[in-house]
Design a binder for this molecule. Structure first.
Ligand code: ADP
Ligand code: MG
Length: 452
């Protein structure tokens, strides 16, 4: 048998054992170049193929070869970059327009009735200690909506899976309890809906449509801050649903007691059920998430690249996914996985750089935004409680994170006596020790400062 035929026959067998995507990825452009003394030499196009074939598929390959000729005992892989005349190998370095959808991803359509995206499920939601509680609560709610935890309030930073989890509950409910009417609404849409309804004198119809819902999911309720009319309508809708044991599920970037300008009565409703947070995933979990995403996309990348992403992209899960997609697009265009060097270049914008650290401007910006203030409000000469608290937090962070001296802090805040700065920092430190709410707020603020 000729080398070419031997290899064809081995490949034909292997094809049955591995996924199409893997087969195409790892066996394309391989061939047997010699067979002597029980050793078969297979040429592969690059170091990654070599690594992959020898580590993952060696047994399968050997088994195939052995079936053809039982004198074959060993396979060797050598790298032989294909000559440019082999047509499907030539890397195209052009920035071809390839978008995420072309990456073998399944297409998902948002359901018009529920606004749910079927791509968000419990099955593809990775659970670790960082989101364990939120996941367990969400699962419990999906099994018995209206009667387990009501409302369910999930909070955590950007890109950590709140929307995914909320929608997974919705999707699970429509799948298992077909008669339940589920509605997912972002807070922005909710606000617009109410404002429009008021303007068109159709608020009663709007309320009726809400009252027919069995499971109401409202994402990012921190956007209701300061929207008084919406809050009022929402309060009534909330009560109407709650009294009928209809499930309400909410998310926010912070716990209810840290949402500024939220009516007290609404806050106490939000706090009346289960509150669960999602924090940051650790190294192991980030790696599992990457691998899960790769599997979903029927793709593979060498371990050293996965290790590099996991070690360097820590901000949140959305960034992790973004980094992965960036590499997969490269892979797709060039028909070969990126080398570590290439990956480093491609991921530059995802990697936390030392220039990304806190600075004065960022602290002021984040603190003001967090408390729903304008930056200049922090510097206003006033003793109003809504200003003094946030100002003290800003001073505290300048001291703690940037090691500003007290006189420097005082200068920044309009030449105040530096004892004011000392007092502010001491006060916040003290409260920080004993006041959970403030501790939580400062942690959330710090998370934002450092996540850019
Ligand atoms: P948030 O709403 O908190 O900003 P998202 O729910 O939009 O975050 O999540 C951002 C991306 O990360 C989404 O693509 C989502 O599918 C993915 N993701 C988040 N958490 C997980 C998880 N635990 N397992 C798998 N994918 C996740
Ligand atoms: Mg979201």
């Amino acid at each position: 048998m000729e080398n070419k035929d031997i290899w064809q026959s081995v490949l034909a067998q292997i094809q049955f054992h591995i996924s199409k995507a893997n087969f195409a990825t790892w066996f394309q452009n391989t061939e047997v170049i010699s067979k002597k003394d029980g050793i078969v030499v297979v040429s592969v196009p690059n170091a990654f193929s070599k690594e992959w074939l020898s580590n993952k598929y060696n047994k399968l390959i050997l088994k195939g070869l052995h079936g053809i000729d039982d004198k074959i005992k060993e396979v060797e892989y050598i790298i032989r970059p294909q000559s440019s005349k082999s047509p499907n190998l030539k890397p195209s370095l052009t920035t071809e327009k390839i978008n995420i959808e072309q990456l073998n991803f399944e297409e998902f359509k948002v359901d018009k009735e529920t606004n749910l995206n079927p791509r968000y499920t419990f099955d593809n939601f990775v659970v670790g200690s960082f989101n364990e509680l939120a996941h367990a609560a969400a699962l419990a709610v999906s099994e018995n909506p209206g009667f387990t935890y009501n409302p369910l309030f999930i909070y955590g930073g950007v890109g950590l899976g709140k929307t995914h989890l909320l929608q997974a509950v919705g999707n699970k409910i429509i799948e298992s309890l077909k008669k339940k009417k589920v509605k997912y609404i972002s807070s922005e849409k909710f606000v617009t809906g109410i404002v429009t309804a008021i303007r068109n004198h159709s608020i009663d119809a709007f309320k009726t449509s809400l009252s027919l819902i069995d499971v109401l999911i409202i994402d990012d309720v921190q956007f209701l801050a300061g929207k008084n009319k919406t809050q009022e309508e929402f309060f009534h809708a909330f009560n109407a649903l709650y009294e009928k044991n209809k499930q309400i599920i909410l998310s926010s970037d912070r716990p209810p007691n840290a949402i500024p300008e939220l009516e007290e009565r609404l806050r106490s409703r939000f706090e009346g059920g289960m509150i669960a947070d999602i924090s940051l995933p650790d190294y192991e979990t980030r790696l599992v998430i990457l691998k899960t995403k790769l599997q979903e996309k029927h793709s593979e990348l060498p371990e050293e690249i996965l290790d590099y992403i996991t070690n360097n992209v820590k901000k949140n899960i959305r960034e992790l996914e973004g980094a992965l997609n960036r590499l997969l697009i490269y892979y797709k265009i060039n028909n070969t996985p990126p080398t570590l060097e290439v990956a480093k270049k491609l991921l530059k914008s995802y990697i936390f750089s030392p220039f990304d650290i806190a600075n004065y401007k960022k602290i002021i910006e984040v603190v003001a935004k967090f408390y729903n203030l304008e930056e200049k409000d922090l510097f206003e000469a006033t003793r109003r409680k809504e200003i003094v608290g946030p100002r003290q937090v800003a001073m505290f962070l300048l001291r703690k994170e940037l090691k500003y001296s007290f006189p420097a802090i005082a200068r920044k805040f309009g030449g105040k006596d530096h004892t004011t700065a000392i007092y502010a920092c001491r006060k916040v430190s003290q409260k920080f020790e004993e006041n959970d709410k403030l501790t939580e707020e400062i942690n959330l603020i710090k998370q934002r400062i450092y996540s850019g």
